[in-house]
Design a protein around this ligand. Structure first.
Ligand SMILES: [Zn+2]
Length: 333
């Protein structure tokens, strides 16, 4: 049993309170590899931003749970080495699907967990979330729960269609579960193919997806004033990365994400955590494809992972500064 506080990690409570009050959002970046972790920490340190490093069940299967946990501990040490004396790094479980998985993560040093019972009937979702909250709060670990279903595929989470969160349920859900933040469904979705071209409108040759349901978000905010809201599936799927991938031998058809102006608008509301995973995958893959195409003789992974890491770092910094607005928001600079 390890407590996250002994690893130098923090939970989400204080940073969310400041983010809601300050009208910005904390970035939640998924990671599976050392290069992603380094790029996230470098970006957070350079911009003086709090950051949530999140691990999905799929990431635990890919990289091994213990290795990821030690990487998060390493991230704190690395941030300090880079000159950030008081980093605010959260190690968060993304889409925990059982009490056992959440407990396992809490016991091994996670500072925050998500319990995703959104696919369950309402009362079962509440019972499961409450069970996780009761356990987590004993160790001051914060819990994110979800109401409403997002479409798309993310690791082992998938749903054919989305169901928007019902604002009339949020007070009852938040009160009875005791959760610290709530993931809602207002039109974002998982993966790099969030919308079909048929769902979009063609504006100046660019496919523009339907806007997020800001009316539902506003109703939720009215019911739960100041309560931390989370947006999943919020990659923007930048066209330049998709084009680079396709130019150098890839084949990504009709990849469409959430426009950044929509996320900027959401960040100014009670939305205080925005999850970004696909954009990091795209940035990494684009850089690796380009490098290998231009340097066919290279075979040392460091030769192509270095530009991949640089490209991810550039993307993370862009999100922090230009989209979420969490730069310069560390409690102690
Ligand atoms: Zn998600």
């Amino acid at each position: 049993m390890v407590n996250y506080k002994d690893l130098g990690l923090v939970n989400t409570r204080e940073m969310f309170k400041r983010a809601v009050a300050g009208g910005y959002a904390i970035p939640a970046f998924n990671f599976n590899t050392m290069e992603q972790m380094q790029a996230i920490v470098q970006a957070a340190v350079e911009t003086k931003s709090p950051v949530i490093m999140q691990v999905s069940k799929g990431a635990r299967n890919y990289a091994n749970a213990s290795i990821l946990r030690y990487m998060a501990e390493g991230a704190v040490a690395y941030a300090k080495e880079l000159g950030c004396e008081h980093p605010e790094i959260v190690l968060h479980l993304d889409h925990g699907d059982s009490f056992e998985l959440c407990k396992d993560c809490i016991d091994m040093g996670f500072s925050s967990v998500m319990i995703d019972g959104s696919h369950l009937p309402y009362e079962e979702n509440i019972a499961l979330a409450k069970k996780v909250v009761d356990y987590a709060h004993q160790f001051d670990v914060t819990v994110e729960a979800e109401l409403g279903v997002l479409a798309g595929v993310e690791d082992e989470v998938s749903a054919a269609e989305s169901h928007y969160t019902k604002p009339e349920e949020v007070i009852d859900f938040a009160t009875r579960t005791g959760c610290d933040s709530l993931a809602i469904s207002i039109g974002t979705s998982h993966g790099a193919h969030k919308f079909t071209p048929e769902q979009c409108t063609l504006v100046n040759g660019v496919l523009v997806p339907p806007p997020l349901a800001f009316d539902i978000l506003a109703e939720i905010e009215k019911k739960l004033p100041g309560f931390p809201i989370v947006l999943h599936g919020s990659s923007s799927v930048p066209m330049d990365e998709v084009n680079t991938i396709n130019q150098y031998g890839g084949k990504l058809d009709a990849a469409i994400g959430i426009p950044e102006d929509q996320l900027r608008k959401a960040s100014k509301s009670a939305v205080c955590k925005i999850n970004i995973d696909s954009d990091s995958r795209l940035a990494m893959t684009a850089a690796i494809r380009k490098h290998l195409a231009e340097h066919p003789g290279d075979f040392d992974p460091r030769q192509y992972l270095k530009p991949a890491r640089e490209n991810m770092k550039k993307m993370y910094i862009h999100k922090i500064v230009n989209v979420l607005g969490s730069d310069g928001k560390l409690a102690i600079q």
